[in-house]
Ligand binder design. Structure first.
Ligand SMILES: *Cc1c(COP(=O)(O)O)cnc(C)c1O
Length: 495
């Protein structure tokens, strides 16, 4: 399987090259040239398989320069009992006859990013060998919370890699900060930056474009790389859980093979829902993909009107991982719907870079409306959804999942569609204790990781053990720097 760029279809790379490079040189996203079709027979054959076996089979279709043996070893490690707290890995919980919830937070950092970031480091490490790379890859990341920790956990002690994460000093939750500062691994480091997420992210971008620094690091045997969600090695592992969830529902007699199911996905950078789109393109019987946004509703507007406009107010919400104005992975959807026309995509992206907006052709909008439904959910409705699921179903969900739950209800009310629907749960409620406690009518007492205990007592639900154990863990890092000092932090880390 070869990969081309969403901005230039003359590009042709192997899977290992695509994983190593991350982004195409022309700024486009690397995307497989074909999508393999799964027949009902193929799905049927996957019913008795474990999550790991399904993952190796599906990823093998696209990672044709990795051997089946290699992939099996990677998935056993990524999704094994040392990392995930359930053998189902991504279990589906049934709430009523037509409503199911796909829980993607059973991994080591309690957020759905683990599903991809437990896999990517292994794919990258192997890609370095396959492409004859002798230098060590240093992953640099700016994070507003979930990505940084999941990337550190995934890359910890992975051969020929190092990882350095920057986060805004006052811009992550107390639980998220404690998770990063206690990270194990000889090849990891983390530094807080005085300022907000934008300062941190622009600091990282500047480091990536600093030619002198690049040459200096090259002489020391390092190159900089990113673990961003535009890397194909992050999207592909996400395709797996859509297919696996479908297989589980059929296996457990909750769905007939071939029957359509909707997925409702809490969306930020459009990586998760794009993987659902690819699963559908491969032939998985998905009806509608429901795109759920919080108060930052740039995607709701785009998917309903065809106009993308980032010139709008940015809101900090209680679902911070979806606070985003530019959804990078949308580019892959546009490329596909525009008939793999790289020129057209480049044109849209140039307009976005220049004026902050673009409008797609009517034919594209029509296809979007067939495939997707989009809605947004404000802060009050997010809290109300948490309260509703807790009180009426005895089910505790986090703030991001609550956005999906609310938008799923909006979809059903607006369309009358009674088809089975799976809403995707992307984080454990214990990562966002403060908002969840308030939503269920409790007054948070104290702050930070102390609230984990309060939420456990108030609900009688156990926190994921790694979160509950944070208090006892030694804080290994206490580096904090001004934005201007970030390149020095990189130099010192890669001595
Ligand atoms: C990253 C994240 C999202 C958004 O996923 P995208 O792939 O960026 O759309 C949603 N929920 C949580 C908890 C996340 O960490």
């Amino acid at each position: 399987m070869k990969y081309y760029s969403t901005r230039d279809t003359a590009v042709s790379l192997s899977a290992a090259q695509a994983v190593k490079q991350g982004l195409s040189r022309d700024g486009g996203l690397l995307t497989p040239m074909e999508f393999t079709k799964l027949s009902e027979g193929d799905l049927n054959a996957m019913l008795p398989m474990t999550y790991q076996q399904r993952a190796a089979a599906i990823m093998g279709l696209y990672l044709t320069d990795y051997s089946a043996k290699e992939l099996l070893a990677f998935v056993e490690k990524a999704y094994g009992p040392a990392r995930f707290d359930t053998s189902a890995v991504a279990p589906v919980r049934t709430l009523d006859e037509t409503t199911h919830c796909l829980e993607l937070w059973h991994g080591p950092t309690s957020a759905f990013k683990d599903l991809a970031l437990q896999m990517l480091p292994q794919l990258l490490s192997a890609a370095l060998k396959k492409t004859g790379e002798t230098r060590t890859a240093c992953i640099l990341a700016a994070t507003s919370g979930d990505t940084g920790k999941a990337a550190m956990e995934g890359f910890a002690d992975v051969e020929q890699t190092k990882i350095l994460v920057f986060y805004p000093k006052d811009g992550v939750s107390a639980v998220q900060e404690a998770q990063m500062l206690t990270q194990r691994g000889e090849n990891v480091s983390v530094c807080s930056v005085v300022g907000n997420f934008d300062d941190t992210q622009s600091g990282v971008k500047r480091i990536f474009s600093d030619g002198a620094l690049r040459d200096e690091l090259d002489k020391r045997g390092y190159f900089l790389s990113s673990a961003n969600s535009i890397n194909w090695g992050r999207i592909l592992p996400q395709v797996v859980y859509y297919i696996s969830a479908y297989c589980d529902l059929v296996r457990d007699g909750k769905l007939d093979l071939g029957e359509k199911v909707n997925f409702c996905v809490p969306t930020g950078n459009f990586g998760d829902i794009l993987a659902g789109y690819y699963a559908r393109k491969m032939g998985l019987p998905i009806g509608r993909l429901i795109c759920a946004s919080n108060k930052n509703d740039v995607l709701t507007e785009f998917l309903t009107t065809g106009t993308y406009d980032r010139n709008r107010t940015f809101y900090n919400t209680m679902s911070p991982s979806m606070d985003i104005l530019i959804s990078s992975n949308l580019e892959r959807l546009l490329f596909d719907l525009a008939g793999q026309n790289g020129e057209k995509v480049k044109d849209y992206m140039d307009q976005l870079a220049m004026s902050g907006s673009y409008r797609v052709r009517d034919e594209i909008l029509e296809q979007i409306r067939d495939l997707f439904w989009a809605g947004s959910c404000g802060e009050e409705a997010t809290a109300a959804a948490i309260a509703h699921y807790y009180k009426d179903c005895g089910y505790l969900i986090d703030t991001h999942t609550a956005v999906a739950a609310d938008v799923m209800a909006q979809y059903r009310a607006a369309t009358g569609d009674a088809a089975p629907t799976v809403f995707v749960s992307t984080a454990s409620p214990f990562k966002f204790c403060d908002s969840v406690l308030k939503a269920i009518g409790e007054t948070p007492k104290g702050e930070g990781i102390d609230l984990i205990d309060q939420l456990q007592y108030a609900t009688g639900r156990p926190a994921p053990w790694r979160l509950a154990a944070l208090r006892e863990k030694e804080r290994r890092f206490d580096l904090s720097q001004k934005k201007e000092e970030m390149p020095e932090v990189v130099r010192a880390f890669l001595k």
